[in-house]
Design a protein around this ligand. Structure first.
Ligand SMILES: Nc1ncnc2c1ncn2[C@@H]1O[C@H](COP(=O)(O)OP(=O)(O)O)[C@@H](O)[C@H]1O
Ligand code: SF4
Ligand SMILES: [Mg+2]
Length: 337
């Protein structure tokens, strides 16, 4: 039976990934620690894209890396197709690594600058002692929209950022993953190529039968690509909601704050249409507000120092996730579902 912090986990269905009570802490000297991720749980169904949304520093990348066991989480469990990944050691983890792949925000630094594209795409498999054929490499390059004859012998510095991200996607797909974790895959790219890479990810998901975890701080991007969205604040989950319900039905005060900072036009921008970032630049009401320190997160509800609805109870009791509508969960004392 799921605990209160994992009430949103689904008991049945084709779950490819189940993460429970994930905690990631980093030592920070003088007996302090950074509470990067503080007991989050989620699952991903076969063929689903789960978006993880939250401001910079809320623990999204730490969660993604902990799922990959790079490094392993401080505590919690990660189950991939019924295989427990936590605490299995390097050797056993290597066997699962193929089915769990990650692409990162900065594709240029993710690629060895001295290697050619053909070798970069092959290198993931070569670690396994498998040398892919030229045809396999060429067809994967075509699948990610890179003409093999043009890019074959190029090195990363001879490619654009968008092309480097395509190489990273090709390299990950060569391994035949079941789950692709995309950590801000378009945040470092020019606005004009963001939509192209998002479209490629959507196409690849269908073509290669993937499930995806899509991590980003950009609400419009996450909404467009995800089936469900998990909103995080300072290492905790605030709300889990279907993407189609986000704009109309989100209830958590933090989700509402995120929504209020994005004009409606940006929310409606299709993945293939005008890039959301362009729309947003024209009318953002958002302001930069500092997150409280993850060295000493607020007691009770971590959002209380910024919450317009905070009451005394919010300082003492930590709100647990509860279902407020089918498929929608919030952690808040003062919002009725
Ligand atoms: N290796 C690390 N050592 C110490 N602190 C870290 C490390 N990685 C991340 N952090 C801290 O953990 C918190 C969460 O970071 P991160 O997971 O990168 O957030 P996000 O991806 O949402 O921006 C931040 O306060 C960050 O400074
Ligand atoms: S629990 Fe309290 S502080 Fe937290 S989001 Fe709800 S009202 Fe705001
Ligand atoms: Mg990050």
């Amino acid at each position: 039976m799921a605990g209160t912090g994992s009430a949103h986990l689904r008991p049945d269905g084709d779950r490819v990934l189940v993460v429970e009570d994930l905690v990631v802490e980093f030592p920070a000297g003088r007996n302090q620690k950074v509470h990067a991720v503080s007991g989050i749980s989620f699952d991903v169904l076969d063929g689903e894209t789960l978006g993880i949304l939250g401001e910079s520093g809320c623990g999204k990348s730490s969660a993604g890396r902990a799922i990959m066991q790079l490094p392993p989480p401080t505590s919690g469990t990660v189950r991939m197709e019924d295989n427990e990944l936590t605490g299995i050691g390097q050797g056993a983890m290597r066997r699962h690594r193929k089915s769990l792949q990650m692409i990162l925000q900065d594709p240029v630094s993710a690629l060895n600058p001295r290697r050619k594209v053909k070798d970069l795409v092959a290198e993931g498999l070569e670690i396994w002692g498998v040398k892919p054929s030229k045809d396999d490499i060429a067809s994967m390059l075509s699948a990610v929209g890179l003409p093999p004859e043009v890019v074959w012998d190029r090195r990363p510095h001879e490619l654009s950022g968008g092309q480097c991200q395509r190489v990273c996607i090709a390299r990950a797909l060569m391994l035949g993953p079941r789950v692709l974790i995309c950590d801000e895959p378009v945040s470092s790219l020019d606005v004009s190529v963001q939509a192209q890479i998002l479209n490629l990810l959507e196409e690849s998901k269908e073509r290669f039968g993937l499930s995806m975890i899509f991590i980003a701080h950009d609400l419009a991007v996450v909404k467009n690509i995800s089936d469900r969205i998990m909103i995080m604040y300072l290492g905790k989950v605030c709300e889990v909601i279907r993407s189609e319900d986000l704009a109309s039905a989100a209830l958590h005060p933090y989700t509402r704050l995120l929504l209020d900072s994005v004009p409606e036009a940006a929310l409606d921008a299709a993945v293939s249409g005008e890039p959301a970032a362009v729309v947003r630049d024209r009318g953002s009401k958002s302001e930069t507000v500092e997150l409280p320190s993850p060295l000493a997160p607020p007691s009770g509800c971590r959002f209380r120092t910024r919450c317009p609805l905070a009451t005394e109870r919010c300082a003492t009791d930590e709100p647990q996730l509860r279902e407020v509508a089918p498929g929608q969960f919030i952690a808040c004392h003062n919002v009725a579902g």
